[in-house]
Ligand binder design. Structure first.
Ligand SMILES: CC(=O)N[C@H]1[C@@H](OP(=O)(O)OP(=O)(O)OC[C@H]2O[C@@H](n3ccc(=O)[nH]c3=O)[C@H](O)[C@@H]2O)O[C@H](CO)[C@@H](O)[C@@H]1O
Ligand SMILES: C=C(OP(=O)(O)O)C(=O)O
Length: 429
């Protein structure tokens, strides 16, 4: 079992580079299956979700190479296989195989996805979209079976603004007959990124990034080259880190426009942010003011940054309040921060945090990806050596984290713990 061990207190200084966006990567990779010749994607993050998707694509017969962040997928011999179990359950975004396989073959059988446990995460809007396109949908033993004679373009109104449903419907609709209109679509930058790849593959998509997306179906899609957008959530995590314990940190490969809500909140707390073309510089912060935050769909404050942001709130002067309107139960980090002397409590979908409280090292557990990121940040500022368990959650979304943080001066190591031997004598009652 591997853990992160972090000795807190080192001031971080220098330049850190953001990787390609996880939430784009996990959609771009399945999207390559729709082509009839090789697709190359550059700048992919080296994270568990990407490696798992590579294996899934290989399982269905794609030829995949992945080196230095560049993946080439040759989908020429992909088969319409059922994927009810196995790797599918290891990540949330495996649901994009539903849209991609349905678009390619007119049918698909994909197990219900895994991913972070943030409370209920239904996929009813994805299903609504597939059904509107003409697919018959059934849930058989935990896998979704989709069958269509011919996908037909249609109008779909999403009852809930959903990133996953918007992209999944787009993936199926690019090969449907006629025009599909997605209303009340999500507007996240990752949706534009996926639409850009699909368009370069020959799809006809207009309006990605707005709440109405129009797609004219085409008969075939071809190979292309694509460079992924930077990960705004990784960038945001590094910005929060720089505000917490930086002594002048430059964050490279950032699109500041994607981070406007976070930038505004950090500035309200007293953090100075120097924006450059594709980087940000955050000088050392001496004093943080408390703030109130509400997570919202893009371009609002991202739910994925809520958990790391609560660590900053423990260091702000006064009481901060943060409400998650997307995932009301996404607060498992608060209990772990309390173990580290943080003063926070959860009421419904809101966390109330008093600061500033010096954090103390403890042995803590990452319950999910961003809770894990929050604990890394907490460990970096805590007094003593923090040990973080269940780091596989963190490694789903942050590539080369130890290397990146060590280069800034952090004392963080990935350590394999020896299994504890329990002797018979110890077991005796
Ligand atoms: C792989 C990926 O891109 N993951 C991101 C994506 O997840 P994901 O695409 O799963 O999140 P959605 O945007 O779909 O979910 C938003 C809200 O809608 C609800 N909902 C969603 C779909 C549905 O069919 N029915 C329904 O009720 C969800 O429970 C949630 O409350 O967007 C989330 C919200 O920004 C982020 O936290 C995740 O990092
Ligand atoms: C919730 C997240 O990921 P996923 O949707 O892949 O579980 C996340 O990236 O914070």
């Amino acid at each position: 079992m591997d853990v992160y061990k972090i000795k807190g207190g080192n001031r971080l200084k220098g330049t850190i580079k953001v990787s390609g966006a996880k939430n784009s990567a996990v959609a771009l990779i399945p999207a390559t299956l729709l082509a009839d010749s090789p697709v190359t994607i550059e700048g992919l993050p080296e994270i568990a979700d990407v490696y798992i998707l590579k294996e899934i694509l290989e399982e269905v017969g794609a030829k995949v190479t992945f080196e230095n962040g560049t993946m080439t997928v040759d989908p020429t011999h992909v088969e319409d296989m059922a994927l009810p179990n196995g790797n599918i359950k290891k990540l949330r975004a495996s649901y994009y195989l539903m849209g991609a396989m349905l678009g390619k073959f007119g049918h698909a059988a994909i197990g219900l996805p895994g991913g972070c446990h943030l409370g209920p995460r239904p996929i009813d809007q994805h299903i609504k979209g597939f059904e509107a396109l003409g697919a018959k949908v059934s849930n058989e033993h935990g896998a979704i079976y989709l069958r269509a004679e011919q996908l037909e373009g249609t109008k779909v109104y999403l009852d809930v603004v959903s990133v996953g449903a918007t992209i999944n419907i787009m993936l199926a609709a690019v090969r449907a007959k006629g025009r599909t209109i997605i209303e009340n679509a999500a507007k996240e930058p990752e949706i534009i990124d996926v639409a850009t790849l699909l368009s370069n593959m020959g799809a006809n998509i207009k309006g990605a990034g707005t709440n109405i997306i129009r797609i004219e179906g085409v008969d075939a899609l071809h190979g292309t080259n694509h460079t992924i957008i930077p990960d705004r959530i990784e960038a945001g995590t590094f910005m929060i880190m720089a505000a917490l314990i930086g002594d002048g940190v430059q964050i490279d490969n950032v699109i500041p426009l994607h981070l406007e809500a976070l930038i505004a909140k950090l500035q309200e707390m007293g953090v100075v942010i120097e924006e450059r073309e594709d980087s940000l510089f955050i000088p050392r912060v001496e004093h943080l003011k408390s703030v109130d935050v509400k997570t919202l769909v893009y371009p609002g404050f991202a739910t994925d940054l809520q958990q790391p942001f609560t660590v900053l709130m423990t260091q702000a002067d006064g009481t901060s309040v943060i409400t998650d309107t997307i995932y009301s139960a996404r607060f498992k980090q608060i209990d772990e921060l309390r173990r580290m002397n943080g003063d926070g409590r959860v009421e419904g979908s809101t966390a109330i945090i008093k600061g500033p409280t010096p954090l103390e090292a403890a042995s803590v557990r990452a319950s999910d990806l961003r809770a894990g990121a929050a604990l890394v940040l907490a460990g970096l500022i805590a007094d003593g050596e923090t040990e973080i368990h269940d780091i596989y959650h963190i490694e789903r979304g942050y590539g080369k984290l130890i290397k990146k943080l060590t280069a800034l001066g952090a004392d963080i190591r990935r350590v394999t713990l020896e299994p504890v031997e329990i002797s018979n004598a110890d077991n005796a009652l």
